[in-house]
Ligand binder design. Structure first.
Ligand SMILES: Cc1cc2nc3c(=O)[nH]c(=O)nc-3n(C[C@H](O)[C@H](O)[C@H](O)COP(=O)(O)OP(=O)(O)OC[C@H]3O[C@@H](n4cnc5c(N)ncnc54)[C@H](O)[C@@H]3O)c2cc1C
Ligand SMILES: NC(=O)c1ccc[n+]([C@@H]2O[C@H](COP(=O)([O-])OP(=O)(O)OC[C@H]3O[C@@H](n4cnc5c(N)ncnc54)[C@H](OP(=O)(O)O)[C@@H]3O)[C@@H](O)[C@H]2O)c1
Length: 473
């Protein structure tokens, strides 16, 4: 081991307190004993609260998944990882600042924005990114408090779990979400929604969906919402048959969909809201409304799809037949996309930090010493919370392997970086601050339980300034 690191701990900054950042910090802290090393770990987040997409992505009516926060809470409550929230890396602290204060930096900055969908009409009023809507209903501090829920007919593009989350939240009655942690403005907003029909469109077939069985079945649990399927969408090619035979998840989902198709024939009562699942629909244009004089309204009035057919391999080709649907809002749930951190090599196509097994690479493909990535920003916005643990293990293994080649920090003292933040007037939050905010939100939940119709474990605080004020006491 280098002489430096036998006399002082290795200083590591982990950027992003989502699951990937917390797991990386935890694995690093636990590696100390095994490798006879000492790490001093600072975990940064741009939000005043930790837990990334678990707090600002996972749907509010998924309390079991939100419960993963309890396990991550235990990690940060041990006291061997210092949380510094409300610090944006790139502005509040630059990459140069990080290099001066740390021997190694791990980027776990995830993804928060929507992937693009490049079709005409995508910029019309009433065309939204799913990620923006998710941020609104999950009470993200940097998003507007109001959401325009004026459409009776809505299209959701995509066949992943985010599309299902969005369709479920849009179609559920607001009162059925009241027991969750949704903020008051979200409940009030959803209550005004006049929606009657939510249409989810996949571009491939029922055996090619990206969502998962549990999430699919959950759709049928919404009160007063009928699921509607279309027989002509049930197309299967050789690849579909193979997938159904070899993959239990695919088989379960295809069976679930086929059963619903049969059951809908036997329905005797009609729900006030319908959730339609369409397959083999490739979006080609979002249609603009017309004023009486023929000019455009600038608003969504419909959506056009090309009917697709399977090509034998599970992929699709166009049939040349076009179908229009009257909708007043379109949500694209075609995947998330990572954001660049200034000064760190970024792959614009994939939306990830350029890396090999977590080692960040420069434009010549050489490892930038002391620089690592993990989680969604390492491998793209796919996979579940649990998968970020495996990412973190691989990245930390690399860091430990490189331990004798880390560039040594000029100012490794733990206080130095905090003094720098203070000198810049950055109102950083801490773990103790999160405990205060956590208790405050729980207290709001207790208050709402006393005065309202349902039990509420928590009510989220949304404005950033309120979060910071409560955290900083
Ligand atoms: C809508 C949605 C619902 C989901 N639901 C589920 C589910 O039910 N179950 C499940 O298992 N998985 C779910 N997932 C997947 C899960 O959220 C991801 O696998 C996981 O969050 C990825 O973790 P991460 O830490 O890489 O990224 P993130 O969770 O995005 O965390 C990244 C963190 O980095 C911070 N950050 C970014 N840039 C900076 C910066 N410049 N400076 C400081 N901090 C920064 C962010 O603020 C954020 O807190 C869902 C995903 C989405 C999008
Ligand atoms: N409850 C949960 O467990 C949960 C909830 C939310 C998210 N997540 C996870 O988070 C990750 C991200 O989810 P996601 O839904 O954002 O992504 P995803 O699973 O990758 O799904 C994206 C969907 O968009 C479609 N799509 C992409 N480009 C398109 C285009 N140009 N036109 C039409 N459709 C297009 C894809 O179709 P193709 O397949 O044809 O490309 C796919 O159906 C996933 O791993 C997901 O499982 C989990």
């Amino acid at each position: 081991m280098s002489e430096t690191f036998s006399s002082r701990p290795v200083r590591v900054a982990v950027i992003g307190a989502g699951p990937a950042g917390v797991y990386a910090s935890d694995i690093l802290a636990k590696a100390q004993k095994k490798h006879d090393l000492r790490f001093s770990i600072d975990l940064y987040d741009r939000y005043p609260a930790p837990f990334g997409l678990i707090r600002y992505g996972v749907a509010p009516d998924h309390p079991r998944i939100k419960g993963i926060i309890k396990a991550l809470h235990k990690v940060l409550d041990r006291g061997d990882i210092r949380l510094l929230g409300n610090v944006n890396i790139g502005t509040d602290l630059t990459i140069e600042d990080l290099r001066r204060h740390y021997d190694a930096v791990i980027f776990a900055t995830g993804a928060i924005k929507d992937a693009d969908l490049d079709i005409p009409g995508i910029d019309l009023e009433g065309s939204f990114g799913a990620a923006d809507f998710v941020s609104w209903y999950d009470g993200h501090p940097d998003y507007p408090r109001e959401w325009p829920l004026e459409a009776e007919q809505v299209a959701v593009i995509g066949n992943g779990n985010v599309a299902l989350d969005v369709a479920r939240v849009l179609s559920k009655h607001a009162d059925d979400l009241l027991s969750t942690e949704i903020p008051e403005n979200v409940y009030q907003g959803l209550k005004t929604s006049p929606v009657t029909d939510v249409h989810v469109f996949g571009r491939r077939g029922p055996a090619q969906v990206k969502f998962t069985p549990l999430e699919l079945r959950e759709l049928s649990h919404s009160r007063d919402v009928d699921i509607v399927l279309y027989e002509e969408d049930f197309e299967f090619d050789e690849a579909s048959d193979e997938a159904i035979k070899s993959n239990n998840q695919v088989k379960t989902m295809v069976n679930t969909l086929a059963n619903w198709l049969v059951e809908q024939e036997e329905r005797t009562e009609e729900a006030s809201r319908k959730l339609h699942l369409h397959f083999l629909h490739q979006p080609v244009e979002i249609l603009e409304g017309k004023n009486p004089d023929g000019s455009g309204t600038g608003k969504v009035a419909g959506i056009r799809f090309e009917r697709m057919e399977l090509d034998g391999t599970g992929n699709v080709k166009g049939t040349g037949e076009y179908l229009d649907y009257d909708v007043q809002a379109v949500y694209r749930a075609v995947g998330y996309f990572g954001s660049e951190v200034e000064g760190i090599p970024f792959d614009e196509k994939k939306g990830v930090i350029v890396n090999e097994a977590g080692r960040v690479l420069d434009e010549d493909g050489r490892h930038i010493p002391g620089t690592y990535a993990t989680g969604w920003i390492k491998r793209g916005p796919v996979g579940l919370i649990g998968h970020t643990k495996g990412d973190a293990m691989e990245t930390i293994d690399c860091l430990i392997e490189d331990i004798n080649h880390l560039p040594e920090a000029e100012q490794p003292e733990e206080n130095a970086v905090v003094e720098l933040l203070e000198s810049r007037g950055v109102e950083y939050t801490t773990w103790e601050g999160w405990l205060k905010l956590d208790e405050h939100e729980a207290a709001l939940g207790r208050k709402a339980t006393e005065s309202g119709p349902v039990e509420r474990e928590r009510v989220k605080v949304v404005p950033r300034e309120d979060m910071v004020k409560i955290s900083r006491g």
